[in-house]
Design a protein around this ligand. Structure first.
Ligand code: FES
Length: 120
């Protein structure tokens, strides 16, 4: 059961244990279920408002592979979180991106820490 810590500098941490049945759920839907005040709008990978910073539970890189759709990659580039060169490196080396869209990121079997922007 992966542990997900949601953190924001102005709020207490939310520690969530994703149920085994959550393997097809997005980080955003899990955050909503646990009342984490994460910012979002379209919920369809278009607006970029749900962008989150993702690390392993200790703050290092995650071990998950790239697993991003072209739409998510495009939005992350458009909002300036990932450069073209960084994106190429991520894809070529099957690395995890430290920036993701919470509405597109599927919960996987790894303990992670997510830093988010809060909803207004
Ligand atoms: Fe719009 Fe996630 S809510 S990209």
């Amino acid at each position: 059961m992966p542990k997900i810590i949601f953190q924001h500098p102005d709020f207490e941490e939310f520690e969530v244990y994703a149920p085994a049945t959550s393997h097809k759920r997005t980080v955003l839907s899990l955050a909503q279920e646990y009342k984490v005040p994460i910012m979002f709008d379209c919920q369809d990978g278009e607006c970029g408002s749900c962008v989150v910073h993702v690390t392993d539970i200790n703050g290092g890189p995650t071990h998950m592979g790239e697993h991003m759709t072209e739409k998510e990659k495009t939005v992350l580039r458009e909002i300036g979180k990932i450069s073209k060169d960084e994106l190429e490196k991520i894809v070529v080396n099957d690395m995890a991106s430290e920036w993701r869209l919470a509405c597109q990121m599927i919960v996987r079997d790894e303990d992670i820490r997510i830093t988010y922007e809060a909803a207004q």
